[in-house]
Design a protein around this ligand. Structure first.
Ligand SMILES: Cc1cc2nc3c(=O)[nH]c(=O)nc-3n(C[C@H](O)[C@H](O)[C@H](O)COP(=O)(O)OP(=O)(O)OC[C@H]3O[C@@H](n4cnc5c(N)ncnc54)[C@H](O)[C@@H]3O)c2cc1C
Length: 326
């Protein structure tokens, strides 16, 4: 049976969400094609990570060695190329993360396979693979097809697929031996530098309230912060808010910001430019508040409120607090 490889990404003992997102997509593809989902897990003392994903893959190949404790593209490339040569998977999925962006191109050269990067969707139709990518900062969606090949490599954008479990799987665990001595190391791992304390990761938030230029003045952001607090959500924003230095860059949603996948996204005074919407493809329910009924955000929204945000947001906040008080 053909296999779909998913390269597991983890850091400091924690599985990265991109792995769960790729396993979801691989599971979805496998259902239609009766392929096997194989997770490739490189690291040191990674049994707990294998356990986390054991119901999301049919097989987990573990390569455990102290020298794999921290990510190394030099070593990973050689090991994964060996596994690809051995099993000939139809597709190998790698996160389009700083980790995957380093690994995928050199793996493609080493394994002699075609690569498409930063994909936001994958389709197999009549045994023909197409991958969807964005071009020109998200203005154009392109469907990429490939010349026939023994296998294909794709890097997957974070936040575009759900992290839920798909299908009912029970992974067979395969421990592989390693011989790393002959692999030339061109780089040394020095240290992880964590983001500064207090920084918020909007890609992890389940409820985002996002503020746009419609807020008018910096001090008015407090109005939206009130709703954020009432909902126990997280504040994010569109690019003009960052350009004006009203909020930090790490809160920006969109092509030059972050792709987010909250269950609920509330856009306040945001027009819905394609560069902003491109960051929302993984969002669940989108609610828009805008005074312009023709604003493009309403085409992407599940619920829309047409009106002045300064009248609507305080009322919403009160309703939420009332509901909380019971
Ligand atoms: C290369 C490139 C990359 C980009 N990357 C990003 C990105 O990552 N993220 C991003 O967001 N943008 C990005 N942009 C910018 C993008 O094109 C838009 O300019 C931006 O998204 C607009 O932000 P906005 O919706 O907050 O502002 P506007 O487009 O100005 O919209 C403001 C909205 O507020 C509404 N409004 C005004 N007052 C009120 C009120 N009182 N009550 C209710 N509604 C009100 C208006 O009707 C309007 O629809 C990028 C642009 C380029 C060229």
């Amino acid at each position: 049976m053909s296999e779909l490889f998913v390269i597991v990404e983890h850091r400091l003992g924690e599985i990265r969400d991109i792995t769960l997102e790729m396993l979801w997509k691989a599971g979805e593809l496998a259902q239609g094609l009766s392929y096997k989902v194989t997770a490739i897990l490189l690291g040191h003392e990674v049994n707990s990570i294998a356990e986390t994903i054991s119901d999301r893959a049919d097989k987990i190949i573990i390569l455990d060695d102290e020298r794999l404790k921290n990510f190394s593209a030099d070593i990973s490339k050689e090991i994964i190329a060996g596994l690809i040569e051995e099993s000939r998977p139809t597709l190998t999925l790698i996160g389009n993360t700083s980790w995957g962006m380093e690994l995928a191109p050199c793996l493609a050269v080493r394994a002699g396979l075609p690569l498409a990067t930063d994909c936001i969707d994958i389709n197999f139709k009549d045994d023909k693979l197409t991958a969807q990518r964005q071009m020109y900062g998200g203005k154009i969606f392109s469907n990429v097809s490939f010349s026939p090949s023994a296998g294909y490599l794709l890097t997957i954008r974070s936040g575009v697929f759900p992290r839920d479990r798909i299908g009912d799987r029970q992974a067979q665990i395969v421990q592989k031996g390693l011989s790393l001595e002959d692999i030339p190391m061109k780089k040394d791992f020095i240290e992880f530098v964590e983001t500064a304390a207090g920084d918020v990761d909007i890609t992890q938030a389940e409820l985002l309230v996002s503020v746009g230029r419609g807020i008018g003045e910096e001090e008015n952001i407090l109005v939206v912060k009130g709703l954020v607090e009432a909902l126990n959500g997280v504040l994010s924003c569109s690019r003009p808010i960052v350009d004006k230095n009203w909020l930090p860059k790490y809160l920006q949603v969109g092509t030059s910001g972050k792709s987010v996948s909250p269950k609920v996204y509330i856009a306040v005074g945001i027009s819905g430019a394609f560069q902003h919407l491109a960051g929302l493809s993984g969002a669940g329910t989108i609610i828009a508040i805008n005074k312009d009924p023709k604003a493009p955000i309403f085409r992407a929204a599940d619920y829309g409120i047409v009106g002045d945000l300064f009248k609507i947001v305080p009322v919403l906040k009160e309703k939420v607090l009332e509901a909380k008080r019971g």
